[in-house]
Ligand binder design. Structure first.
Ligand code: SAJ
Length: 439
């Protein structure tokens, strides 16, 4: 199939770069977002999100004239839905006394509805949003068929998950293998013809529900593996072992790859997607459910570690929190365990000053945020490393000692060399390190 015009619904971390890739490859692309702030920002030549290389790509796409931005869709050859599928905040399900989150499919539903008036015979519609199993056939197809056209007969419909890693989105969009699952084979082939405009990785064709499950399996696999790393950290603390050393040695085994423990699992992917399996089949997804709960407990465990490091009482303690992003080298603060830890510390009576280098001074409920490392350190009694941004990992303990009265550091990411910090006069506490000599 040949495509001249594509309508992209949702201009977030996935929709925007994908729209730009298609535009710079010569297709006409209408980028649609219901958020007027996003539209206004892009029309002013600015960006509402941070991703390496994205500003240049957006500029190129806009100046080519191929990318236009609007709040409503237009008639096009293909439609791609890349809107968020978070979980519902104030409602939970329960299975055998264990609660679980429910998917909020509101954005996918309304994006699908918004296409209906513009859908024409022969069009292709692709859902990219991470979704519970069977969403394409049981939800999106039914909405689109309100147009009077039949999925897989009058128009093509496919599911194709994005699998890019924040911080490396532009490279991975091109290089990663791309799975495309159609409601029939012709739909998958139609999807391949579209993505082949910019994807250099392998393109793998399957059915829609398999493609949905592939995506959920990937992030669930990661979540379960991080959960076991977090459990290893708890066990190491109990047995007087340094989990970081133990993991390093275990990973010398040719078939073992233990991931890193930390203050929790955040972002809007790994900490969300496994819930879709749990919600769909709680009686089957038992390990997945437990892993989610283990990872969700981790911010609380981290706060307990900090409380112990501070002699058992957080009240009135000045704490410098280093990093608020959900992981290293990104500016994304959504579902961030670092924020949860900082807020729990504040709720426990500590005076928290946080510095996030990728969003300096960004307002965060319940904590004070500052625009420089110096400001965070100035009156601190303890430093807590919450995100392993390079600029924190590379801090010189001797230089830090000049900038702060604090003499306690708590490393929740296994980044800092305990001996060097001890030599600079700090008492060192590390998550998962039962062997640390407390200073
Ligand atoms: N984390 C750990 N320990 C680790 C690795 C990660 O605690 O060893 C934490 C991070 O700090 C972060 C969270 O897990 O809070 C998630 O980070 P991540 O780097 O594992 O994943 P994301 O959410 O940035 O991106 C994931 C990727 N999925 C996989 O690696 C299987 C990416 O490829 C997906 O495209 C993305 O989810 C998505 O959009 O679904």
């Amino acid at each position: 199939m040949e495509y001249k015009k594509v309508c992209m619904l949702g201009l977030g971390y996935i929709g925007l770069p994908t729209a730009c890739m298609l535009a710079v490859e010569g297709l006409r692309v209408v980028g649609v977002d219901i958020n007027p702030h996003v539209i206004e920002t892009l029309r002013n030549g600015e960006l509402h999100i941070h991703e390496v290389g994205l500003p240049d790509l957006v500029r190129e796409a806009l100046s080519s004239g191929n990318l236009t931005i609007n709040t409503i869709p237009e008639i096009a050859d293909a439609f791609i839905i890349a809107v968020p599928t978070p979980f519902i905040k104030d409602e939970q399900g329960e299975y055998q006394g264990m609660s679980y989150h429910l998917a909020d499919m509101g954005a996918v539903t309304s994006a699908s509805q918004s296409i209906v008036p513009y859908l024409r015979y022969g069009n292709l519609v692709i859902l990219e949003s991470t979704s519970p199993p069977r969403t394409t056939v049981d939800l999106v197809a039914l909405i689109l068929e309100r147009s009077g056209l039949r999925a897989g007969v009058d128009f093509h419909l496919a599911y194709s998950p994005e699998r890019v890693l924040p911080g490396q989105i532009l490279r991975e969009l091109i290089e990663n293998a791309r799975v495309i699952g159609g409601v029939n084979f012709a739909s998958a082939q139609a999807g391949r013809d579209l993505y082949a405009h910019f994807v250099k990785g392998e393109i793998l064709l399957t059915d829609a529900t398999t493609a949905e499950m592939v995506k959920l399996m990937e992030n669930t696999y990661r979540d379960v593996n991080i959960a076991i790393a977090n459990e290893f950290a708890r066990l190491a603390e109990r047995f007087g072992v340094d989990v970081w050393e133990a993991i390093n040695f275990a990973n010398r085994h040719p078939r073992v790859k233990v991931l890193n423990p930390g203050p929790g699992v955040g972002g809007h992917c790994v900490s969300v997607d496994p819930w879709f399996f749990v919600e769909a089949a709680p009686e089957l997804a038992r390990l997945i459910h437990t892993a989610r709960l283990v990872n969700d407990e981790q911010p609380h465990r981290t706060v307990e570690l900090i409380r112990r490091a501070l002699g058992g009482d957080l009240h009135g303690k000045h704490i410098a929190a280093l990093g608020l992003a959900f992981k290293a080298e990104v500016d994304d603060l959504r579902e961030s365990p670092a924020i949860e830890v900082a807020q729990l510390l504040a709720r426990g009576g500590a005076k928290v000053r946080a510095f996030e280098p990728f969003k300096p001074g960004e307002q965060v409920e319940g904590i004070e945020t500052v625009t420089s490392l110096e400001a965070a350190l100035a009156e601190a009694e303890a430093l807590v490393l919450l995100v392993n941004h390079k600029i924190f990992a590379m801090l010189s303990p001797k230089e830090v000692a000049q900038l702060t009265p604090a003499r306690i550091v708590i490393d929740t990411r296994g980044q800092w060399d305990a001996t060097a910090w001890q030599a600079a006069g700090f008492g060192v506490h590390r998550l998962g390190d039962g062997s640390v000599v407390r200073g």
